[in-house]
Design a protein around this ligand. Structure first.
Ligand code: WT7
Length: 636
């Protein structure tokens, strides 16, 4: 059981793993393993990579000759699908459930590895018949239904890259991403269910296709059955195509170079348009499976539930790829956690015997709000581990999660990572003693530091910038069509040292535990979702009455942060409550409901530097009544 030992000079409370957890742990001695892994990083990763299926072994583990464009497992031939599906068909796992899916209205579908392979193979052939070739980028815009995973896996199988656009995004976000990827094929659905209502994905897709005309083929899954507009020669129903003779269940898994693109995933950056982060077959396969297995002690008995959306990196790495490579049984759920009642998740854990729940602090805070009676009505005893991701978890939410959901026997894996890192970077293992709110220690092979602008390590306990000093197999290879930006954003600040700048501030305490504080750039984390201030501002400015806008994040009890937008109207216009609402609605329509500002503040001027850059830091300090800091660059 846990011991609540108070440590001197800290307000941190330790939580130690139980004997049960330690006995089950694959890795019992983190420190020993870690030291070994950083002494011989390439040896460590070569050993982990050898546990996977390769068509041909690599010649070189790591090629650093074109830093920061690292290459891993050079010369190796692999396909992530060979590892995530094909190899499981050769043993008893072919009969194992790969996927249990529950729709919000309560419908249930299950797929064994055998069945999943059939669907993926059939759809792979459908895509080929639509002219999709190795190297093409297929855009996927779907609700959380099995076909979303099937579409991703089918692309990977035939050697096409996928670009999944989160189903909560809207017209402009989708159009921009389709265009940047030059996608010819779009896969979508007529809608999905969320809080008992239908989300209108196809109409949004139709509008986006008007704005970005590269799409020649749009395949639509029938989910809700609502009427949607389908255009002759462009639009096809998924279920129609899947019954045609072209949809044969015999489909070869394409042999890929380790460094061939598996997917691009757009994420918000500091400036301008979203960045298409590139991940590849070899390194990503190794990194997601290794991190998933060790951080969550995955065994064949597990029922794994990552309650994120596959449209984000969390879903790519830890709903779809990592768990399937590890041969796990995945649970996927379409809808809202509190629909029809706030016990939906707890009921599902009981019903499916979930052993590991991995979710976000926002979700925990949201469910916490409904009180303990809801989870207490259910048998949650199947749970053995919990996980958290997306933003720092406040100790209060941590303790609630630990006590009420985990019954004080499930350690919480607070995993810090990013779209760009592909998988967990800083994380406990089940055997790690925990402190609520700390992501604890680096994963194997990774060396991290907290430094100042010059790259000097700050003192223990002091805040600084988080850097990763060493390469890892799951790292992003580049930004699609923009290698300069890749260098500029992540590698330029510490070019001399060759370190990766995470964009987060952090501190390391006297025990060597890492505490993530938050973003230091113009990225806003709302409910764990990543948005760029630039995206929100350009959506606002696209409204005919707006001349200038600045978006900042202010603390919010449930969402972690909320968006507050300062708006300057065009000459002669004045703002009122109604216009404020209209602008909120406008942002929501352009980008999606997650980007909807909490508050619109009309103002006459914005604080700017002499070079014309908006000083969001000053706006934020003013809003919080804090010291505005160094104002020497402020234009009067
Ligand atoms: C940013 C990356 C990677 C999965 C989801 C987010 C924040 C992520 C944690 C954590 C504190 C966290 C960081 C990071 N973040 N996990 N455990 N503790 N902060 O991926 O959308 O690329 O966002 O999320 O600020 O930089 P993402």
């Amino acid at each position: 059981m846990t011991t609540d030992k108070k440590k001197k000079n800290t307000n941190d409370q330790w939580y130690h793993p139980s004997r049960d957890v330690i006995e089950k742990a694959i890795i019992k001695d983190y420190e020993k393993h870690y030291q070994k892994s950083i002494k011989d990083r390439e040896g460590y990763w070569a050993e982990e990579a050898s546990k996977l299926d390769w068509f041909e072994k690599w010649d070189t583990v790591l090629d650093s000759s074109k830093k920061p464009f690292y290459k891993w497992f050079v010369g190796g031939k692999i396909n992530i699908i060979q590892n995530a599906i094909d190899r499981h068909l050769k043993n008893w796992r072919r009969n194992k459930l790969a996927l249990i899916w529950e729709g919000e209205p309560g419908d249930l579908r299950t797929f064994s590895y055998h069945a999943l392979n059939r669907e993926v193979s059939k759809f792979g052939n459908v895509l080929k018949s639509m002219g999709v070739q190795k190297g093409d980028i297929v855009t996927i815009y779907m609700p959380q239904i099995p076909e979303l995973a099937i579409a991703m896996l089918a692309c990977a199988k035939i050697g096409a890259a996928h670009s999944v656009v989160y189903g909560g995004f809207s017209v402009e976000a989708l159009a921009e991403r389709i265009e940047d990827a030059d996608s010819r094929v779009l896969i979508t659905a007529d809608g999905g269910w969320r809080r008992g209502k239908i989300t209108d994905l196809k109409s949004i897709a139709n509008e986006a296709m008007k704005r970005s005309p590269t799409i020649e083929v749009c395949i639509t899954v029938k989910r809700t059955g609502q009427d949607v507009y389908m255009e002759n020669d462009r639009d096809f129903w998924y279920h129609d195509l899947m019954t045609l003779p072209i949809a044969s269940a015999k489909c070869e898994t394409e042999v890929m170079d380790a460094e061939d693109i598996l997917f691009i995933l757009y994420t918000s950056g500091t400036t301008g348009r979203p960045k298409g982060v590139v991940h590849t077959h070899g390194g990503y396969t190794v990194y997601t499976s290794t991190t998933h297995r060790y951080v969550f002690d995955i065994t064949d008995e597990d029922r794994w539930w990552c309650a994120a959306d596959p449209g984000w990196i969390t879903g790519h790495s830890y709903i779809v790829y990592g768990p399937l490579i590890n041969g796990a049984t995945i649970l996927m759920y379409e809808g809202a956690p509190n629909h029809p009642y706030p016990n939906r998740w707890w009921l599902m854990i009981e019903k499916y015997g979930v052993t590991i729940l991995y979710t976000s602090p926002t979700a925990i805070r949201g469910l916490m709000r409904f009180g303990e009676a809801w989870p207490n009505r259910h048998d949650l005893s199947s749970l053995r581990l919990l996980g958290s991701v997306g933003e720092p978890i406040n100790p209060e939410a941590w303790r609630w999660y630990y006590r009420v959901i985990g019954k004080e026997k499930c350690p919480i894996m607070d995993t810090w990572w990013q779209t760009e890192t592909g998988g967990f970077m800083i994380t406990p293992l089940p055997v790690t003693p925990l402190k609520p709110g700390s992501a604890t220690r680096p994963f194997f092979g990774n060396e991290v530091a907290v430094v100042d602008d010059k790259g000097k390590e700050v003192k223990r306990g002091e805040e600084g910038k988080l850097v990763i000093k060493t390469p890892w197999p799951g790292m992003a290879r580049t930004i699609h069509k923009d290698p300069e930006r890749f260098q500029e954003i992540y590698w330029k600040d510490y070019e001399k040292q060759g370190w990766y700048k995470a964009g987060d501030s952090a501190r390391i305490d006297e025990d060597g535990y890492i505490w993530i504080i938050g973003r230091i750039d113009d990225v806003i984390k709302v409910s764990g979702y990543r948005l760029g201030t630039a995206e929100i501002e350009s959506a606002l400015v696209s409204h005919p009455l707006v001349s200038e806008a600045a978006a900042i994040a202010l603390p919010h009890e449930l969402k972690g942060n909320a968006i507050h937008a300062f708006v300057i109207l065009k000459a002669g216009k004045s703002g009122d409550k109604q216009l404020g609402e209209e602008l909120k609605e406008h942002v929501s329509h352009e980008l999606g409901p997650i980007a909807r500002p909490e508050e619109i503040i009309f103002s006459d001027a914005l604080p700017k530097t002499r070079s014309g850059k908006i000083m969001r830091r000053v706006l934020k300090a003013r809003a919080l009544g804090q010291d505005e800091g160094d104002l020497t660059t402020l234009e009067e």
